[in-house]
Ligand binder design. Structure first.
Ligand SMILES: [Zn+2]
Length: 444
């Protein structure tokens, strides 16, 4: 039995086809809140355009579109091929540092194993995040814009299950194991739909968890966690609305009872169907503090480590080094999502954060390491045991060359070998509650 399976995890990625997201709702939001979008940072140069020139940007968009025109199963195959191939920096506009040996980088997957720094792993554990794009109110000013439909979500979940199945058929000795997260926006559904959805797709039983999302015959239970996405209109603590409170309480109670992890989007950009200000209010770590006060045992990952791109927050973090009146200082630190997450980690035992998307630049790891080094030993221990490697593939292709490129930036960071291993393996295992489960796989 393989309780010794050594797994390197990507704790946060997306596999979806062009038909899954709700572009109509996204465009509607930009159109109706254009002036707010301009100041929101969506067009700020350090969010997407961290390379020079529009040609590079278009090349990246083409690269990204070439992924989403595939089916989910084909995307998994593409990711495996990517990690199995020698790679170099793309032409002039790539931000991938040149290999010091003056030849392309060696592939991460070789001889049926995954190689990273000094270690060899048996498997790569993927946590695909399914997104619930169901709209609360449908916009119908286009002839072809969708009506409110819960089918969109069901199709996307079923396509993910089918995609995993496809991968296993095409690549029977493949290196990927799957730990999918089911997206749900409680605000867009009634409670009975939420209950049905959870009962149909969530794995709660430890024995089933060991099966690495190969559902039992006749069952569709293949999801290990729940993905929440406030910028699609989800308020984590709708305290003035009894009906909405009932839904979120049901969800948090359920997750605690069955030790099910949650990932919540936490940077100030990304796909958004509500105005930026509301999206920020719903996403902010301090909003989650209300939830955690009542549900301190919730297992929750703050995606993207709370990175903020909007110009105001950039100014605020620079201002921290200057002499500022106390009142302003408080405002600045209240609005700093990164330190907000750190505080939650120090106060609550099951709070995690991941590097997805934010790790597209070497500067992110550098700043994180410098920040950690200035903390007490105990604080360092806590943060290093709750940080997780995640990529945000394919969304991250707006900023990097390839899946391998994202892995390489992590490998080149100045984390120690031991820290690299903990954040990509041990921490994700404990977040997924796999400590006790020895994993079975298709190949045994
Ligand atoms: Zn994401």
């Amino acid at each position: 039995m393989s309780d010794s399976l050594d797994i390197f995890f990507d704790a946060h990625l997306h596999a979806m086809s062009i038909s899954h997201p709700n572009f109509a709702a996204f465009m509607h939001e930009i159109e109706s809140n254009f002036s707010e979008e301009v100041v929101s940072g969506m067009f700020s140069p350090n969010y997407l355009l961290n390379y020079k020139g529009s040609t590079a940007f278009l090349a990246r968009v083409q690269n990204l579109m070439a992924v989403v025109e595939r089916s989910i199963g084909e995307i998994f195959i593409l990711m495996e091929q990517d990690l199995s191939t020698r790679f170099d920096q793309f032409p002039s506009w790539s931000l991938l540092p040149k290999s010091s040996e003056k030849r392309p980088y060696d592939p991460f997957i070789a001889d049926g194993h995954f190689h990273f720094r000094s270690r060899t792993y048996d498997r790569i554990g993927l946590c695909p995040m399914i997104m619930d794009f169901t709209q609360i109110e449908q916009i119908d000013h286009g002839v072809y814009t969708h009506t409110h439909s819960e089918d969109r979500l069901i199709t996307y979940i079923d396509d993910t299950l089918e995609g995993i199945d496809y991968y296993r058929r095409i690549s029977p000795h493949g290196i990927f194991e799957f730990f999918p997260f089911m997206g749900i926006n409680p605000a867009a559904h009634d409670l009975s739909f939420i209950k049905d959805l959870i009962a149909t797709y969530m794995i709660t039983d430890l024995d089933e968890r060991k099966r690495c999302s190969v559902p039992l015959p006749g069952s569709k239970r293949f999801c290990f966690g729940i993905k929440l996405y406030p910028p699609l209109g989800f308020d984590p603590w709708p305290k003035d609305d009894e009906q909405e409170m009932e839904k979120v309480r049901y969800l948090y109670d359920y997750c605690i009872r069955h030790r099910i992890p949650i990932t919540t989007h936490c940077d100030d950009q990304g796909f958004r169907t509500i105005g930026a200000k509301r999206a920020w209010e719903f996403s902010a770590p301090r909003t989650w503090e209300h939830v955690l006060r009542e549900y301190p045992d919730l297992i929750i990952d703050f995606a993207h480590f709370g990175k903020q791109y909007r110009p105001v927050s950039q100014m605020a973090s620079k201002a921290q080094n200057l002499l500022m009146p106390a009142r302003l200082m408080t405002q600045v630190s209240e609005n700093n999502w990164f330190t907000g997450i750190i505080d939650l980690m120090l106060n609550y035992e099951h709070v995690y954060a991941d590097f997805s998307f934010s790790g597209c630049t070497a500067a992110f790891y550098k700043q994180l390491i410098e920040y950690i080094e200035n903390l007490s030993e105990e604080e360092q221990r806590i943060i290093i045991s709750r940080s997780m490697f995640g990529s945000d593939f394919f969304v991250n292709l707006s900023k990097i060359d390839s899946y391998s490129h994202f892995f390489k930036l992590y490998e080149l960071s100045s984390f120690s070998d031991d820290q690299i291993h903990r954040m990509a393996s041990e921490n994700v295992r404990s977040w997924l509650q796999l400590d006790q489960a020895c994993l079975m796989t298709q190949q045994e």
